[in-house]
Design a binder for this molecule. Sequence first.
Ligand code: FCB
Length: 473
Amino acid sequence: MLMKPDDSPAHAEFDLQADALGARFPRGFAWGVATSAYQIEGAAQEDGRGDSIWDEFCRRPGAIKDGSSGELACDHYHRIAEDLGLIASLGVNAYRFSVAWPRVQPLGAGRWNDRGFEFYDRLIDGLLERGIAPFLTLYHWDLPQALQVGGGWVNRDTVDRFVDYAVEVARRFGDRAASIATHNEPWVVAILGHEAGTFAPGVKSRRSAMQVAHHLLLSHGLALRAMRARGCAAPLGIVLNQSPIHPVTDSAADIARARLDDGLTIRWYMDPLLRGCYPEDVLEFLGEDAPRVESGDMEAIRQPMDFLGINYYTRNLSGTGAPLERVESARELTDMGWEVFPGGLPELLLRLQADYPLPPIYVTENGAAYQDRLVDGRVADRQRTRYLCAHVAALADALESGVDVRGYFVWSLLDNFEWADGYTRRFGLVYVDYATQRRVPKDSARWYQSLCLRARAARGDRSSDTAGHGNAA
Ligand code: FCB
């Protein structure tokens, strides 16, 4: 089932680029779309699923901008057949999703919930039948609430619970998953969840946040070790959100602040994962708030990784004073207020490559929110197409400069529950009318489809080539 191509003149320019762009990527490149469990599944009370910290957080008055929750979301849990067809219609050969821990282990310890696992079985098999490689993430922020009651990620025991969960998912799906990522964006869990408190579980303590960051990294390393020890064949890694940090002026104070922010967001994660230590300047800045690290932890964190996922949306400006506003007016922003800055992607990847012994890279998320309108059955989201086109071109630049990039995933397949922003932000290639759950591919979906199909055709990719991302290779 293919969508009718968009033949409007407005799209001709991007279409031409799709041809040329597609040819810049190698055979077997993963072209995908990404989602996460809590943002799309709904069915929060069904088939034995336990509460997650996001269910709990959404009940707090004022926590979510529009007072909503992921209770129904895109009702993906019940519409999986339709959504599999939708994914296939995009011409992608890869799909990134997350497993909801409380769906498969309601209390985060002890009993497994087979009905939960059956849902992911259907999803994975449905993808494979369509020649689409399943990229699985274990933790996209939905900790079982029962573990939060015991302290959540601040409590070191949660690390062991996560390892058990990882081993069980790998045992069931490791033979079919094209890859398994432990965590999605540990910075967000630690900082937005435990320092800013704007995301679940809504804690506001820097000390807790840094302990959480350490426990997330430790749980990643121990899970990799444990999954491998049990013979898991899927490539294993982690997904980090990373943005180049630019000083807002060239004053010494702004440059110093930017360096510290670089340490807090990039090096705090990359250094332990790839070098086995935390950055000294950040430890010094944290002082008393630095995490408690036990002997053996740093070796455990630095496990060989088969891939690294990078989520890229924008650059960040850092500074000590007010001039941020001055720069603001000159910048093109998405509906999140994030600057459109495609050049930051190759800049970031080349810098990481220069500083670290990188495994193969996947851009596991990239996309933009805009105020989309459904008019006469169509969403003319030209800005999104322009955003995607510019970022794919920038990624091709990185590839041609020698970065080993293996895949690219658009965030997101569907408009969905955008965390504290609720349903007020639309990131999908496919529009969701929440009143009816009707899905309408936006113009950007048609463009992405033409890119994926042309890129794959240019390299003679057959759908069976996508298996090359998994252990069938
Ligand atoms: C990333 C998250 C993803 C989505 C996008 C917009 O930080 O991983 O779930 O919210 O941002």
